[in-house]
Ligand binder design. Structure first.
Ligand code: F6R
Length: 238
């Protein structure tokens, strides 16, 4: 696991953009695995800026997102579909983009289809990840066992509480999600994990202990041969 420590969030976003840009210039038809949440927002705006400046070309890039709430409509402002359109896809033109369909009435069928589409694309070249304060990646929550396939997962209280700020008072918050399992994530040839902010310091510390903690899903990443962690000082505690 390679670690890049940045002074602050802006530097982290630029360092992450350098890694994405390097991937896309080396392989213009790369398959990118994308994430949502607050951490990659700076990266996405930096990618938009670099594309406007003609420094990067996404026109051959295909993308698959990690996850989507379930059930939720594509146009719900808290859906990850909406987030991706707002922050990236409406500003940068990709060859294709795909998120799990949070509106399907056949979640199992949708999950199986998602995995076969990723496989048919040749797997993911670069997978972007954030980390939950409980160590989740995608929506793979701490559990007794972990799914290899994309699946329908019930969100934990900790994740629901962390994300409740995004839902208006009285609005029903989805309690489940469709998420890539460890199969698609580990099929990625390289992984870029972003960790920012003081509230992530305790989980970052556990990750860097170099041990697989069965209650920290992200610690499984220690087994992947090509992971780069870009972390800011607040999260690194340095
Ligand atoms: C998002 C995702 C989640 C987030 C994690 C961190 O697609 O899969 O695992 O990466 O919850 O979220 P933030 O960045 O908001 O702290």
């Amino acid at each position: 696991m390679k670690k890049i420590v940045c002074d602050g969030y802006d530097e982290l976003s630029r360092a992450a953009a350098d890694i994405v840009a390097e991937q896309v210039s080396r392989k213009p038809n790369s398959v990118l695995g994308l994430a949502t949440g607050s951490t990659p927002l700076g990266l996405y705006s930096e990618l938009v800026r670099r594309q406007s400046a003609g420094e990067i070309d996404f026109s051959k890039v295909r993308s698959f997102n990690l996850d989507e709430y379930y059930p939720i409509s594509k146009d719900h402002p808290q859906s990850y579909n909406y987030y991706m359109r707002e922050n990236l896809f409406s500003k940068v033109s990709f060859a294709s983009t795909r998120l799990p369909d949070g509106n399907t009435d056949d979640p199992q069928g949708e999950c199986a289809k998602y995995d076969s589409e990723i496989e048919a694309a040749g797997g993911i070249d670069l997978q972007l990840l954030g980390i939950g304060i409980n160590g989740h990646i995608g929506f793979n929550e701490p559990a007794d066992s972990y799914s290899v396939a994309t699946y329908l997962v019930k969100l934990t209280e900790s994740t629901l509480a962390a994300n409740s700020r995004f839902f208006a008072n009285g609005e029903t918050q989805p309690v489940s999600a469709l998420t890539m399992g460890f199969g698609a994530i580990f099929s990625a040839k390289s992984i870029l994990l972003l960790i920012s902010g003081q509230n992530k310091a305790p989980i970052a510390k556990r990750l860097f202990q170099g041990k697989i903690h069965t209650d920290v899903p992200a610690s499984l990443l220690l087994l992947h041969p090509n992971v780069t962690v870009v972390i800011d000082r607040a999260a690194d505690g340095s």
